[in-house]
Design a protein around this ligand. Structure first.
Ligand code: NIG
Ligand code: FE
Length: 404
């Protein structure tokens, strides 16, 4: 047996299924070799040959180690801000009305098109750093504020550059079907043709697409347009995700499931049939309490039905300038508990194991078990439920990003 590069001693919240609440191991040990987890279990059972004179020992008695956190739904790269829209909504305006007037997403499109790639990176950098301060080491970042070939590619390049700059995992999602841009006003079908014929192939050729997403909604794309996009993505072997049933019941959950989507996100208005279809397809429900709170939604997502059908639940910040100006995943976890009645254990699973699944990374990260990347956070807390209890603001003592 090879010796470990490092062994960490603390309580473990492995989040491994079948290991009890939080997959917890009191007084545990986590052995790391070459950036992967070699062994995780009770310290008393640590195989002695794993510890050699060269092994680094990190002792954190009473602390907890969790998987590093994963924000599986963000729009972190954008220009401008929309505080005036926020203020108008508080005075009685609605999110949909602003979008129909050409504000909303399209106002961010203007600001994003006007920015260079370097400017977008500079604007997103402090947002990313706030996420990282929460112990996040994997972030999904969507395009969708460019809506032209050049600007969508610019957004995706900026997202990838941020990942490289910070040595973290960034997954990029092409969300060209976020809104119909002004050049295609009244011609959503022609715009979808443009996405399929030009944007998707170009982004793919440059290696910038990990998944394809769309906003299926009365103010955005129809089920038929979304299905056309998903069929092309599937033909190219790309996984899909969907902004589904956020503002109205539009059959989004079922549509996502029909294409074997990695996730269907938002879901406030998802139908029972849609939830059943998601359970069958293994599609993760990504809940976004920041958007729910910010748009002043009244109907929470159907958490009881998701649970009853065994749909995996993830949570994310949805960080974006319109519906969720939020850069703390721990705050999202807290709100998911207070607003959606998730349990603190579900919230932690939702930003580790299930978030990994929502990105197609379940075999790589999100749990503390042998073979997974050594991506974990050490917290000075008395119990893992504290991560959802504090309204953000907790910072890990240390986060490992694959090197132990
Ligand atoms: O996830 N629902 C659509 N997209 C974003 C909001 C984008 C925006 O308003 O700028 C969301 O909530
Ligand atoms: Fe979103």
């Amino acid at each position: 047996m090879t010796g470990a590069d490092a062994v960490w001693f603390a309580n473990l919240a492995t989040m491994q299924p079948g290991r009890g609440a939080y997959g917890a191991v009191a007084d545990g040990a986590l052995a790391v070799l070459d950036g992967r987890i070699l062994w995780a279990g009770a310290a008393a059972e640590l195989p002695q040959p794993l510890v050699t004179p060269a092994t680094g020992i990190h002792d954190h008695p009473g602390c907890w180690i969790t998987p590093a956190l994963i924000d599986c739904h963000t729009h972190l790269v954008f220009g401008g801000e929309r505080s005036a829209e926020f203020e108008a909504r508080l005075a009685g305006d609605s999110y949909e009305a602003a979008a129909r007037r050409g504000g909303g997403i399209l106002s961010t499109v203007q600001a994003t098109r006007a920015a260079t790639e370097a400017e977008l990176v500079a604007l997103a950098r402090p947002r990313l750093r706030r996420l990282l301060a929460d112990g996040v080491r994997t972030v999904e970042i969507k395009s969708g504020y460019g809506l032209s070939l050049d600007s969508e590619l610019k957004m995706l390049r900026a997202a990838r550059a941020l990942g490289r700059e910070h040595g973290i995992r960034v997954r990029t999602t092409l969300l060209a079907a976020h809104a119909v841009p002004p050049e295609f006003a009244g011609g959503a079908d022609a715009y979808v043709d443009h996405i399929l014929g030009d944007m998707l192939p170009a982004a793919l050729a440059e290696g910038l697409v990990d998944a394809v997403d769309a906003f299926a909604e009365t103010i955005a794309f129809s089920p038929a347009q979304t299905a056309r996009l998903f069929a092309s993505a599937a033909a190219l072997g790309l996984p899909v995700k969907l902004h589904a049933d956020q503002l109205t019941e539009g059959g989004g959950a079922a549509l996502a499931a029909a294409f074997g989507a990695l996730s269907a996100d938002h879901l406030e208005y998802a139908s029972q049939a849609g939830i059943r279809a998601m359970a069958k397809a293994g599609t993760v429900a990504v809940l976004l309490p920041g958007a729910y709170a910010t748009v002043g939604a009244r109907q929470p997502p159907p958490v009881a039905a998701l649970r009853a059908h065994g749909v995996p639940i993830a949570i994310a910040t949805d960080c974006n300038p319109g519906s969720s100006p939020m850069c703390s995943l721990l705050l999202a976890a807290n709100l998911a508990c207070s607003l959606f009645r998730l349990t603190p254990e579900e919230a932690l699973a939702g930003m580790t194991r299930e978030a990994a699944r929502a990105l197609g990374l379940a075999q790589e990260t999100g749990t503390l078990q042998p073979g997974r990347a050594a991506e974990f956070a050490v917290w000075r807390i008395g119990h893992p439920r504290e991560l959802a209890y504090w309204m953000g603001g907790l910072s890990p003592l240390h986060v490992s990003c694959g090197t132990g």
